[in-house]
Write a protein that binds this ligand. Structure first.
Ligand code: AP5
Ligand code: MG
Length: 216
């Protein structure tokens, strides 16, 4: 299965992707996670992209598309993948379609998590992530067993730099301007599946699973 996961910042893309990959035996590819790993490891790419992430701006398409193909052409993607946070612009969506066509492949669907904007800010403000294993929590809705500590690996949890309120507002604006038009792009291809992301995590997961069974 080759799936694109769409939705604004805080829609629950990462949360749902981590659940789906277990059942579908596909890999989870988040361009945001790949950029953050490059920043943490102080790679050349990391130095180039840090300011964009800090300011809630999109990384330029050419850097993002190159990073994506580098990742997609690795062997572990043979069984399929979930793209979380890619594409985010029309140019990225077209580059993905063209690259897949060259490889004799196509997307199975584009699943959009639909969440009203007023729900996103408190979700992101309360998010805490583990810099070691990538697990994600919410201080109210999905608190770790011990405050400030990762349930999975015991590392101290942190707040993402771009989860500050002013940056969140900027990220939501960027989503509306650059990424929301992709809903029409995939709708016109007959590939768009919309799921109500404004429900408890398990209910969203049930709806996502039902939708995925229909496209397989
Ligand atoms: P990225 O890391 O992709 O961030 P994002 O799209 O802003 O999305 P988030 O990771 O913030 O939200 P999410 O939907 O994954 O939600 P989550 O599951 O964590 O990108 C970061 C940056 O990288 C971009 O700003 C850009 O600079 C750059 N970038 C990345 N890709 C790029 C691209 N293709 N092109 C250019 N630049 C790119 O959930 C959020 C919180 O809500 C958590 O606390 C969670 O516990 C909680 N939650 C989740 N689901 C529910 C629920 N159903 N009910 C209640 N709470 C919930
Ligand atoms: Mg995410």
């Amino acid at each position: 299965m080759r799936l694109v996961l769409l939705g604004p910042p805080g829609a629950g893309k990462g949360t749902q992707a981590k659940k789906i990959i277990k059942d579908w035996k596909v890999v989870h590819i988040s361009t945001g996670d790949l950029f953050r790993a490059n920043i943490k490891n102080e790679t050349e790419l990391g130095k180039k992209v840090k300011a964009y992430l800090d300011q809630g701006q999109l990384v330029p398409d050419e850097l993002t598309i190159a990073l994506l193909w580098d990742r997609l052409d690795r062997e572990d993607t043979e069984n399929g993948y979930i793209l979380d946070g890619f594409p985010r612009t029309l140019a990225q969506a077209k580059a993905l379609d063209e690259g897949l066509k060259e490889r004799g492949q196509a997307l199975d669907g584009a699943l959009a998590l639909v969440v009203p904007f007023d729900v996103l800010v408190p979700r992101l403000a309360g998010r805490r992530v583990c810099p070691e294993c990538g697990a994600s929590f919410h201080i109210k809705d999905q608190p770790p067993k011990k405050e400030g500590v990762c349930d999975l690996c015991g590392h101290e949890l942190i707040q993402r730099d771009d989860d500050r309120e002013s940056t969140v507002a900027q990220r939501i604006r960027v989503y509306e301007d650059s990424t929301a038009p992709l809903l029409d792009y995939y709708r016109s291809q007959g590939k768009l599946i919309e799921v109500d992301g404004n429900q408890p995590v398990d209910r969203v997961e049930d709806d996502v699973q039902k939708a995925l069974q229909e496209i397989q």
